[in-house]
Design a protein around this ligand. Structure first.
Ligand code: F3S
Length: 81
């Protein structure tokens, strides 16, 4: 399983991730992205049907704010940095 989380401290609200994986990435009032499946905690596996799109979003984020790994983040985008 894959887990994903957005580092909102570095997200520049570019909007690319939601365009790539609309069911997974949503935006807060400031336009900053978060992972909708678990309120951006990075603890719920990305549904398999969306893994490829989330991977594309991960690779495409201009500020490298999307973290994606095969282990949960427990709410901390920098947990494995
Ligand atoms: Fe932010 Fe990157 Fe998405 S900058 S809006 S997390 S593509």
């Amino acid at each position: 399983a894959k887990f994903a989380i957005v580092d909102k401290d570095t997200c520049i609200a570019c909007g690319a991730c939601g365009a790539t994986a609309s069911s997974i990435f949503q935006y807060d009032d400031e336009g900053l992205a978060y992972v909708a499946v678990d309120e951006n905690k990075g603890v719920c596996p990305i549904p398999e049907d969306w893994e490829e799109d989330v991977e594309d979003a991960f690779l495409g984020c201009p500020s490298d704010s999307i973290k994606m790994l095969d282990k949960p983040f427990n709410g901390d985008p920098l947990k494995y940095d």
